[in-house]
Design a protein around this ligand. Structure first.
Ligand code: SF4
Ligand code: SF4
Length: 545
């Protein structure tokens, strides 16, 4: 302890990383791959399983990354191919004026202070090589024109920083030209995958999903067992036995949700909420089935390449066709909805064999889903509430003072802003918004999306999650908020750790957990606990007896 620095010494430490370490600034600042920030390398068996190139054991901390001999040519050819294929990428490479409006909008830069996490600089990592290869100024003037050769150091910098971007698109909101740095990260990761530079936290779920239909590698019988366990718990709480149908041909609607809801707390309580809601609606005409094959809504392929995203997404329409349903209802997930809303139709559609979704309970026709034939469950439930189809007891959620985190992809990727709020306000009495510049389109990322929710990069995640946690802290201190609601399975998996670290007084829930608590079922016994088994307000003593 005698060696511990004194407070006066601690305050003199300069925590600001210097942007300019050499004559030509950031280009001369070599990458330093740090533990706590970097992810583990993808394992060869997972790359092999889905046919990704260059499967081998390697370690980002080693000097030798065991690259193919012609790695540089592969990347330059890959870049040329993508510039030709994606006009947006070509545009984003050319039009940035380096105004800096995006610079302080990334949660990783705000929370961590590393200049290469400024979106403008993250994009420059790729753009500098693009300039060298594709622009006259870059070819002639090199660094003076912001251009540089693709060297092994540059490659390592790409890998390090493209896996420090959660593809959340917050920065794009503030760019006067609409440059979407997430698209640049997506292209960068695609290039890295061409030479086998994947990360374990992405390649393992991708391989699992390809093999079993879900990221966790759960086989159909285990998936069914989990649903049965939920039904046991629901029966204990409500006195009612529910029988959700699985893989049922001829059902009207197929339900697909992220596997995180079925296998990881607190997402499991959200899954219980879905089961209760579907049971409630059975007598009103809902004819729905779960699937143990399309057992994943999420798509870690999206964090690998467009091709892999398409491949993993294909099971949704394939299963809908196999079962002969009319349309698909989707659960609470983040990037699942980005893929559905922006890519699915062109990836694997048009799904002409499906019908434009119509709620069998209210008759509402979801025109917004006319193309994809998929409806988000908060849209579905909001419509039920709006049409007075649900009997709800809000007071069952009275021990909770709730705020809502707009998950990046549903908010910015599909404009889902009002429906979750509408549902929450109808099932909870106490709801408070976080500050305006941290919600809706401007929402701050959880800091762990796009395949970053591993253990080895925990320092990065806690730093990147700081802006979100800071806003939660604000409403906790001001209004006594003790529950953070969200509509994303990754959020539900990562927020408990983030809250534990920054705002330990606040728990995490899905929206349909709150719905499941509030729904009044015909013939149910008096409920004494919520879905987590915690005593309902006013029932504390009964539980103690
Ligand atoms: S805001 Fe847009 S134009 Fe300005 S530096 Fe960022 S990406 Fe470039
Ligand atoms: S997409 Fe999100 S994580 Fe990536 S640079 Fe922009 S703000 Fe940062």
């Amino acid at each position: 302890m005698d060696d511990a620095p004194k407070p006066q010494e601690l305050v003199q430490i300069n925590h600001s990383p210097s942007l300019h370490k050499g004559l030509l600034g950031w280009m001369d600042t070599p990458v330093e791959i740090r533990e706590g920030i970097a992810l583990y390398a993808g394992k060869p068996q997972n790359l092999e399983y889905v046919g990704l190139p260059n499967p081998r054991e390697w370690n980002p901390m080693d000097k030798d990354w065991k690259l193919p001999e012609n790695w540089k040519q592969i990347l330059l050819d890959g870049l040329r191919d993508r510039i030709d294929r994606f006009r947006s990428l070509k545009l984003f490479m050319d039009i940035c004026v380096r105004c800096g409006a995006c610079a302080d909008k990334c949660h990783f830069f705000i929370g961590g202070g590393d200049p290469k996490n400024m979106p403008v600089l993250r994009a420059e990592l790729l753009r500098s090589v693009y300039r060298r290869e594709y622009t006259l100024a870059g070819k002639i003037m090199g660094k003076m024109a912001g251009a540089r050769d693709l060297t092994e150091d540059v490659l390592k910098e790409w890998w390090y920083y493209f896996f420090q971007c959660t593809e959340c698109r917050r920065c794009s909101l503030f760019c006067p030209y609409g440059i979407d740095t997430a698209e640049i990260t997506i292209a960068g990761r695609e290039l890295l995958n061409l030479i086998g530079l994947n990360v374990d936290w992405i390649s393992a779920p991708v391989a699992n999903c390809y093999r079993t239909g879900n990221h966790l590698g759960i086989q159909p019988h285990a998936y069914k067992d989990m649903i049965d366990f939920f039904c046991d718990d629901i029966e204990d709480i409500t006195g009612i036995r529910m029988n959700p149908s699985m893989n049922r041909k001829g059902a009207e609607i197929l339900f697909i949700t992220p596997s995180g809801d079925v296998f990881a707390d607190p997402g499991t309580y959200t899954a219980m909420g879905y089961i209760i809601l579907f049971h409630y609606l059975e007598s009103l005409g809902l004819d729905i089935t779960w699937s143990t094959y399309a057992s994943e809504g999420g798509n870690f392929g999206f964090f690998t390449s467009h091709e892999m995203a398409k491949r993993l997404n294909a099971k949704m329409y394939a299963e809908a066709k196999r079962l002969g349903v009319k349309w698909i209802l989707g659960g609470e997930c983040g990037h699942m909805w980005r893929v559905i809303s922006q890519y699915m139709d062109t990836f694997n559609g048009p799904a002409d064999f499906l019908e434009v979704p119509v709620s069998p309970i209210t008759g509402t026709r979801f025109e917004n889903a006319a193309s994809t034939k998929m409806v988000h469950i908060t849209e579905f439930t909001a419509d039920l509430i709006k049409n007075n189809k649900l009997k709800l007891d809000k007071s069952r959620n009275d021990s909770l003072t709730v705020t809502y985190h707009d998950s990046c992809n549903p908010a910015r990727g599909m404009g889902l802003l009002e429906e979750p709020r509408y549902v929450i306000k109808n099932v909870c009495n106490k709801f408070y918004e976080m500050p305006e510049n941290t919600i809706r389109e401007q929402t701050f990322c959880c800091g762990s999306g796009a395949g970053l929710n591993a253990g080895e990069d925990i320092e990065l995640r806690m730093r990147g999650g700081l802006p979100r946690a800071n806003a939660v802290r604000y409403v906790h201190d001001k209004f006594g908020v003790n529950m953070l609601a969200c509509v994303c399975a990754i959020d539900r998996a990562v927020f408990p750790t983030l809250m534990e670290y920054w705002v330990p007084e606040v728990g995490v829930t899905g929206v349909h957990e709150l719905v499941g608590n509030a729904l009044i079922l015909d013939g149910e016994k008096e409920r004494t606990t919520d879905l987590r088994g915690e005593p309902l307000p006013g029932m504390e003593e009964e539980e103690d007896v």
